[in-house]
Ligand binder design. Structure first.
Ligand SMILES: *Cc1c(COP(=O)(O)O)cnc(C)c1O
Length: 376
């Protein structure tokens, strides 16, 4: 079985974790600030806050941004549900904007229309845009940040796919075009901490709020007494996880280069297959290639190709069913929503295996199966 994704852990990672286990600190200790400093330095952002998952990082970012009941937030339907779920968790309402059919990212040209088409009363409720760098390919951030400035909206990047990616020579996570950027360290992401997440920002106010909310909203006063001043959570990362994250971060650039090599090999193998559309990397973009998604030109063949690959031991996958199509979202009022490009995309996409240690013969095997399927 070739999975669609797999972590890469070496003996240095294991040593780093063992060292923490033998130390005095296993929960939030010195490894946390070490990981945060390393992440901030890597991305080129002033502040980094690590936490228990990408999902808790999104929750913390939305809370720090002051998003609350009655607010509305523009995001993409082509993402993992957590992006929108955490908008609901703070009591706000996601507005789904359709996607582009070249990168499958939020279509920045439709954001402006979506805003101006809202009734005047709702325009005032709009507080933020949450773009997702789908599959590791950065969104058109310059344009998105321009629209946000014009309408006084915050921009929070769900960058869970895109650690290691670059947009116009600035690293994703530098927050050059956003207020905060969120990462995940789940095993399928660019690097892993087992579970884990991070928020990067250049804004000190957001930074302080994130630190407070991560740990119950409690801080020590001048007398050293614990005082709770706001409703917070336990979204802390452990030193055990942070040690793994620090060790993995050293390998990040190499991981992304390996992902690029895998993508180039797929491109060579699959170039002649007319029945599918290969993913692209636009100009001025360095993708993190979190996942490798092809599209089947005839959507009627999608499910049978997926089954054929699975029957042959290939962990083909589906990223993503549109968030609004999940039964929960259908129940809470999104049942009439059908965005044209999103529908076309989600009926034709297949995720092929793509991860750092994926070998050339494995890529050949997957590609040959695809050719065999279409030649039958
Ligand atoms: C993985 C992911 C998340 C959630 O991250 P976890 O660490 O699994 O909680 C959120 N958004 C996107 C786009 C993701 O891919």
């Amino acid at each position: 079985m070739i999975p669609y994704s797999h972590q890469f852990i070496d003996s240095k990672d294991i040593e780093a974790v063992l060292k923490v286990l033998k130390s005095d600190w296993i929960t939030q200790g010195p490894k946390i600030s070490e990981f945060e400093k390393a992440l901030g330095k890597y991305c080129g952002a002033k502040f980094a806050v690590v936490c228990s998952s990408g999902t808790s990082a999104l929750h913390l970012a939305y809370l720090a941004a002051g998003l609350k009941k009655g607010d509305e937030i523009i995001t993409t339907p082509n993402t993992f549900a957590a992006t929108a779920n955490m908008i609901l968790a703070v009591g706000a309402k996601p507005i789904f904007c359709d996607i582009r059919l070249d990168t499958y990212n939020i279509d920045e040209s439709q954001i402006e229309k979506l805003i101006t088409n809202l009734p005047a009363g709702r325009q005032g409720k709009l507080k933020a845009i949450v773009p997702v760098h789908f599959a590791g390919h950065p969104c058109e951030m310059e344009k998105i940040s321009k629209i946000a400035k014009k309408h006084k909206l915050l921009v929070i990047e769900d960058a869970c796919h895109a650690l290691g990616a670059k947009y116009k020579n600035s690293k994703i996570g530098s927050c050059r075009y956003c207020d905060m950027a969120v990462f995940s360290f789940h095993p399928v992401k660019s690097i892993t901490a087992g579970e884990g997440g991070a928020i990067l920002t250049n804004n000190e106010k957001f930074y302080k709020k994130l630190i407070s909310l991560r740990s119950h909203g409690i801080h020590k006063d001048a007398q050293g007494k614990n005082v709770m001043e706001e409703l917070g959570y336990n979204y802390r990362l452990t030193d055990i996880q942070a040690a793994l994250g620090i060790s993995q971060l050293k390998k990040l650039d190499g991981f992304i280069r390996q992902r690029h090599a895998a993508v180039n090999n797929y491109k060579k193998e699959l170039a002649g297959v007319r029945s599918i559309i290969l993913p692209q990397e636009l100009k001025n973009i360095y993708s993190a290639w979190h996942i490798y998604v092809i599209r089947v030109k005839n959507p009627a063949q999608r499910d049978s190709l997926m089954q054929f690959l699975k029957n042959n031991g290939i962990g083909a996958n589906f990223h993503y069913p549109a968030v609004y199509s999940h039964p929960y979202y259908q129940k809470i009022g999104y049942n009439n929503l059908k965005l044209a490009n999103t529908e076309r995309y989600q009926n034709s996409c297949i995720t092929l295996p793509c991860f750092p240690a994926l070998s050339r013969p494995e890529i050949k095997l997957v590609s040959n199966l695809i050719k065999e399927f279409f030649n039958k």
